[in-house]
Design a protein around this ligand. Structure first.
Ligand code: BGC
Ligand code: BGC
Length: 444
């Protein structure tokens, strides 16, 4: 008997990927370089010196991948559009061949009965824009709005809902504060103008989308934050971390104001980045649904070193994924209930736009992934039973893929195994399980 979850009849089942993680073909058909091409070439930046140059070769194999999606019975497929394929230098002349790829992809998805859910930016900024400051430069927000217009002019007739940005938190912190991801800057809190410019880009693009009658989503990486102990110092550290990870990227969009970041020692105007009128530009267009990427809760303690106002500590006594991330499914229920408490009427409908578990190559069959996904779907159903409006679930990921700084082999998130030497796709046990879950939901 397949697992059943108490979710609404019209609940949408999906899977997610991102351009640089699956497409490959980085030098084909006029694509310009992205910050990830540059970053991967930096010695030591990515495990085993891997890159997304070939990845899953999805650029050529998308038809086969859509057959895999059809086999699952997906309602929706979340993918991202590579800005440097469409505009090789990020601005100016459009590359027709790049746009044509997404045109073919969208048509093939629709033909398979699958609704495309594109993300306009999943971290692969055109290198030419990085060269003029990247997300530290306010102008990048305007270039993003222009790019949004180009893409939606082509695909907006067939694609109803759009995600502007993927996880501006992770992009800012990993890419600009810590240097673990492209573009590899190590600015610590002085990276925060990149957060504001991404939010501004979201707001400007949201206006472009709404002007065309399209729905707007944002996919945030959200984590319930828990203090390590009941001490006031741990509670203060947890609040500071919550403001940085969660509120910074959600409050301006839903409430039209930035959270108090004074505990981080950050100036109110984010080092001069916030100009008057910006919060209105971010907030006024509104959000039709909030996308939630959920992987794990975060436990926080008072700092032991002077340079950060918090310490991130492990959650012991629970399973951990190959990444070392704690598996705490009930934290998803807690997260969803907290969002309602925090935002009330300002909270739009929700969709889980990513949730999944990395295992190593040798974990077969992938029962831990099935257990992970099943427990999280139960946790989601509990929040729905409490009255939270969750419309869909997109698992991360359809395919094993290029896991950023971890390269191709160490963190396998896919329902489908990919042999990167031969490009052979092999559905895992979790693929059959997910297919049966979707079928059981439809058949009830
Ligand atoms: C988060 C993930 C995120 C990762 C960055 C983790 O702590 O939970 O969602 O992708 O950090 O690699
Ligand atoms: C990102 C994905 C990534 C996944 C696992 C999210 O932070 O959006 O691109 O592969 O988590 O790390």
């Amino acid at each position: 008997m397949p697992d059943r979850y108490d979710l609404p009849a019209n609940f949408r089942w999906g899977a997610a990927t991102a351009a640089y993680q699956i497409e490959g073909a980085v030098e084909e058909d006029g694509r310009g370089p992205s910050v990830w091409d540059t970053f991967c070439a930096r010695p030591g930046a990515v495990r085993d010196g891997h890159s997304g140059a070939v990845a899953c070769d999805h650029y050529h194999r998308y038809a086969e991948d859509i057959e895999l999606m059809r086999g699952l019975g997906l309602d929706g497929y979340r993918f991202s559009i590579a800005w440097p394929r469409v505009l090789p230098t990020g601005r100016g002349a459009v590359n027709p061949a790049g746009l044509a790829f997404y045109d073919r992809l969208v048509d093939a998805l629709l033909e398979a009965g699958i609704t495309p859910l594109p993300t306009l930016f999943h971290w692969d900024l055109p290198q030419a824009l990085e060269d003029s400051g990247g997300w530290l430069d306010r102008d990048t927000a305007h270039r993003f709005a222009d790019y949004t217009a180009v893409v939606t002019d082509r695909l907006g007739d067939r694609v109803p809902a759009w995600i502007t940005l993927n996880e501006p938190f992770v992009h800012t912190v990993y890419g600009y504060a810590l240097g673990i991801h492209a573009p590899g800057r190590t600015l610590m809190f002085e990276s925060l103008p990149a957060a504001h410019h991404q939010l501004l880009a979201h707001g400007l693009a949201a206006t472009v989308l709404h002007d065309r009658g399209l729905e707007v989503m944002l996919a945030n990486n959200l984590t319930p934050v828990e203090p390590a102990t009941g001490s006031p110092a741990d509670a203060a550290a947890a609040d500071a971390y919550d403001a940085l990870h969660n509120r910074l990227f959600t409050d301006p969009v839903l409430l039209g104001r930035y959270p108090d970041l004074s505990a981080l020692g950050v100036p109110d105007d984010l080092y001069g980045a916030i100009h008057s009128g910006d919060t209105e530009l971010i907030h006024t267009p509104g959000l039709d649904a909030l996308g939630i990427n959920f992987y794990n809760p975060t436990r926080v303690a008072a700092p032991t070193q002077p340079d950060l106002p918090f310490d991130l500590v492990d959650i012991p006594d629970v399973p951990h994924t190959a990444f070392g991330w704690p598996v705490v499914p009930e934290a998803l229920t807690r997260l969803l209930l907290t969002l309602r408490d925090r935002y009330g009427q300002a909270l739009p409908p929700l969709t889980v736009t990513e949730n999944g578990c990395s295992l190593t190559e040798t974990t077969t069959p992938d029962q831990p992934r099935i257990d992970f996904l099943s427990a999280h779907l139960h946790a989601l159903a509990r929040a729905v039973a409490e009255g939270i409006d969750v419309r869909g679930y997109y698992t991360w990921s359809l395919l094993d893929n290029f896991e950023w700084a971890e390269g191709l082999l160490s963190q396998r998130f896919g329902l489908v195994h990919v042999d990167f030497a031969t490009q052979k796709r092999t559905p895992k046990a979790s693929y059959a399980w997910y297919r049966d879950v979707i079928a059981a939901h439809r058949g009830r």
